[in-house]
Design a binder for this molecule. Structure first.
Ligand code: HEM
Ligand code: CU
Length: 589
């Protein structure tokens, strides 16, 4: 049985060439630029988001390399032979001017790294790029529910990012990406740099809400005939759960940033005890948004993994419904645990309650991990790049999740809080989890997006460099942190130096890995082999579209006849049945 009821009757050419691929040029370069700049096609907007995200990821990465470079050596003040005291080991000193010290420069690079990576890269990340491109395709829709709003969200995002980057261009801020008061309200960095950064965050929030709203309505309203809620691919479930958090949590950061701007410019006193305010109030506001946001960052990654793991292991997903419900469960619990970022600044009872609640987050998360591992069991695993990244994700995210437990435990967090252990933890979840899953998804869907295959061998080399580089950079940070290395310091006691050197060398391996991927992707665009409609034998609807998809996605509205992971019952579309023997005894539904 074919999985789609193609009205035309014959399978393979699903509407090929009705309007031509969405990538078809409009004639001249200017016509193309005008066409892309005003497009309401979710696929083009997805590609535009991807491009902007990669540029920002590169800028954030440069800042990370600068931070690691400074930490190669501790700052030492030594007395030289002439009896003068000399400061050594400040590798970013050459950037210091206008009264800024090398330590200021370090703090600004660290802040800019954090702000770019969270607000500008990982929060919009997967939903805005892969989500935009694939959500409509996967539910068999022509586009998202509000295509113009979608284009608007891209412009708002770019505009907000420019504000934040403008702040960096004129010197940057050194508060840390968390913008904690009283530091952010009292630091003597000039007002406008701070206000520019905070305004940027405020503006980007709207982009996030616009995307979230659009996706919620799209999932409710635009599913193809026959696609019930439990026929939706798990990537769609994940993006849906994420969209709900985006809509509900983002207004909180909007109001928080506004309050901060007013506090800074007009001394409102909301966070200033001398005027009756409370600095911890800021932390409550900040984390009421920023904890749910860590699930905006990770849920889409979970969605990607559910797709890549089934396709490249050719197995129905284990526990479909529990994964779908776990996404919603995580979204719900994420609103109850913000206080675990503030154990050291709140009362004992409050802290104990937040500690208790935090453990509930681990339950749906663990359910997912068990389901993915069960999906691999007895699967026909293909060790290509998407699968290597998928396995890498399982390994790294598990370390990231489990190391969250000692942080959730009140007693142990007293020691670990604000140490390098926390830095290692969130990099294992955000980089080891989200970025690694992003790379899994990017390789998995690359042929569909651009109609070209990437070269497998250099991509695998890239994977190993990234995977080993990542662990070299970040694993040692757990140990450093547990031994007392605090986060956000440019200098440190000598005994930590050997660990910092290992970590910095790891950052260079990461750089090498990303460069290999960059060249592999550019090579694929220019000289890659033409991709077929379904190079991996996937079952979800995007594999029914052409590679790259037709401008209007599908020639005929698809009618869904089976679930997204029926690998045991149905020959995947565009796959030769002779090459795809189904199990002997199956109960055909
Ligand atoms: C099993 C699940 C998890 C648990 C129990 C957990 C627990 C915690 C706790 C208690 C802290 C605060 C530590 C401190 O500052 O002393 C923390 C920090 C953090 N976590 Fe997690 N976490 C989990 C998963 C995640 C995920 C999935 C993400 C993101 C994708 C994430 C991102 C972060 C970030 C960004 C911070 C540090 C924020 C900062 O202070 O700059 N965590 N985690
Ligand atoms: Cu949290």
């Amino acid at each position: 049985m074919s999985s789609l009821d193609s009205h035309a009757g014959s399978a393979p050419q699903h509407g090929g060439g009705h309007h031509g691929s969405y990538l078809t040029s409009k004639g001249s370069l200017w016509a193309d630029i005008a066409n892309w700049a005003t497009t309401v096609d979710h696929k083009k907007i997805g590609v535009m988001y991807l491009t902007a995200l990669l540029i920002l990821f590169f800028l954030g990465g440069v800042m990370a390399l600068a931070v690691r470079f400074e930490l190669l050596e501790p700052t030492r003040i030594v007395i030289n032979q002439a009896g003068e005291s000399v400061t050594t080991g400040q590798r970013l000193a050459f950037l210091a001017s206008d009264g800024a010290t090398a330590n200021n420069i370090y703090n600004r690079a660290m802040t800019l790294h954090g702000a770019i990576m969270t607000f500008m890269f990982i929060v919009p990340g997967i939903p805005a790029s892969l989500g935009n491109f694939f959500l409509p395709l996967m539910i068999g829709a022509k586009d998202v529910a509000f295509p113009r709003l979608n284009l608007g969200s891209w412009y708002v995002y770019v505009f907000g990012s420019l504000f934040a980057l403008a702040s960096a261009l004129v010197g940057g801020i050194d508060t840390g990406w968390t913008l904690y008061t009283p530091y952010s309200t009292m630091t003597d960095a000039d007002h406008w740099r701070l206000v520019a950064m905070i305004t940027g965050v405020f503006i980007m929030g709207f982009s996030s809400i616009m995307t979230g709203l659009n996706f919620v309505v799209t999932v409710h309203k635009l599913r193809a005939p026959g696609m019930g809620w439990f026929d939706m691919p798990l990537f769609v479930w994940a993006i849906y759960a994420t969209a709900i958090i985006q809509v509900l949590a983002t207004p909180v950061i909007g109001i928080t940033t506004l309050m901060l701007i007013f506090e800074r410019l007009f001394n409102f006193g909301l966070f200033d005890p001398r005027l009756g305010g409370d600095p911890v109030l800021f932390q409550h506001f900040f984390w009421f948004y920023s904890h749910p946001v860590v699930y905006i960052m990770i849920l889409p990654a979970f969605g990607v993994i559910s797709e890549t793991i089934t396709v490249h292991a050719r197995k129905p997903i284990f526990g479909y419904r529990s994964i779908a419900f776990a996404s919603l469960g995580i979204a719900a619990v994420s609103f109850l645990v913000w206080g675990h970022h503030m154990f050291t600044s709140q009362g004992e009872l409050t802290a104990a309650i937040f500690s208790f609640l935090t453990f509930f987050v681990a339950v749906p998360t663990a359910i997912k991990v068990f389901n993915w591992i069960s999906t691999l069991y007895k699967g026909s695993i293909v060790f290509n790049t998407p699968m290597l990244y998928t396995l890498g994700f399982l390994f790294l995210f598990t370390i990231g999740g489990l190391t969250g437990l000692p942080l959730a435990t009140l007693s142990t967090d007293m020691h670990l809080h604000d140490s390098y252990y926390v830095v290692a933890h969130f990099h294992y979840v955000m980089f080891g989890g989200t970025v690694i899953a992003f790379l899994a998804g990017l390789h998995h869907w690359w042929p569909k997006m651009f109609g070209k295959m990437y070269a497998e061998t250099p991509a695998k080399l890239g994977f190993w460099l990234v995977f080993l580089g990542f662990n070299t950079t970040f694993f040692i940070q757990f140990i450093m942190g547990a031994h007392g290395m605090p986060r956000r310091y440019a200098s440190y006691p000598d005994e930590f130096q050997w660990m910092h050197i290992i970590s910095t060398v790891g950052s260079w391996m990461l750089l090498a890995g990303f460069l290999v991927h960059l060249f592999t992707f550019i090579h694929a665009l220019l000289q890659g082999k033409t991709a077929s409609a379904n190079p991996w034998g996937g079952m979800t609807l995007e594999w029914h579209a052409d590679s790259p998809p037709d401008e209007h996605n599908f020639a005929h509205e698809p009618i869904v006849k089976h679930g997204p992971y029926a690998y045991d019952r149905v020959v995947p579309p565009h796959t030769d049945p002779a090459e795809y023997p189904l199990p002997e005894k199956t109960d055909l539904h």
